[in-house]
Design a protein around this ligand. Sequence first.
Ligand code: SAM
Length: 285
Amino acid sequence: MENLEEKTRYILKKYGISANKSLGQNFLINQQVVDNIIEASEISEEDLIIEIGPGLGTLTESLLECAGKVIAIELDERMIKILKDRFFMYENFEIINDDVLKVDLAELIKKEKSENNLKNVKIVANLPYYITTPIIMKLLEEELDIQSITVMIQKEVADRLIAIPGEEYTGAITYSVYYYAEAESIMIVEKNSFIPEPEVQSKVIKLKIRKEPIADLKNKDLFFKIIKTSFMQRRKTLINALVNGGIFKDKVQAKLIFEKLGFDVNIRGEKLSIQDYAKLCEALQ
Ligand code: SAM
């Protein structure tokens, strides 16, 4: 069956199921988007691909053709039967029926790399939109042994994730992503590329994990705590946000440190670069 929309409707009908909105199920029906995701992921036979939320297997089918191994992590049990039926002939396929947030990915990757002689690990997914941020933060913060993350997410969230700190769309999460990865926008995807249609436009992005840290951090926890606190009260100046959030003892201490670092005392959090926050963190230690 050539047409992806027909194929998707056929599978749904055959198994008598419909999309579960609370699991963020929007099935991809645009072959061009599938092809672009695969191309952007730069997959080889030496790669282990971890696919999050394979659903009916639309991306999985193409992934299996080019990867050394594909491990698909899917929460919805109904999808497991479909995936098993569709791909039983592939020896390089494994399914984990679990919530991706509960899976020990570090252990999984370690085991797969040593047992199957796979060189690189890449994450590819059309993510469930209700937990996009926790999933991406888990993938980054656990400092997994992975090369890249190519994902489709809501356009608005994507723009924040791939922004350059200090420029348009900067949020606290922009700094986290920028610290761990180099981000790239791949394509915008319209709502009619899915069934059912989501309420918002989507975007495919690629995060290439940095091999060398972009800032020298002595205390990573404090660094990210300062950034989170800076963005909790976006309308306030950075000094006020950090005093109210308990990062500084009081305004006197804050002003002293700001002057020493050469920061404008009226500056807002989103104007600082990642290196500026690193300096602030160091001065606070
Ligand atoms: N990859 C398919 C596609 O492109 O058509 C489906 C993508 S759909 C947007 C998201 C998928 O993630 C669904 O199959 C859903 O059941 C699954 N999912 C939702 N929450 C999950 C979780 N916590 N862990 C793993 N998979 C999850």
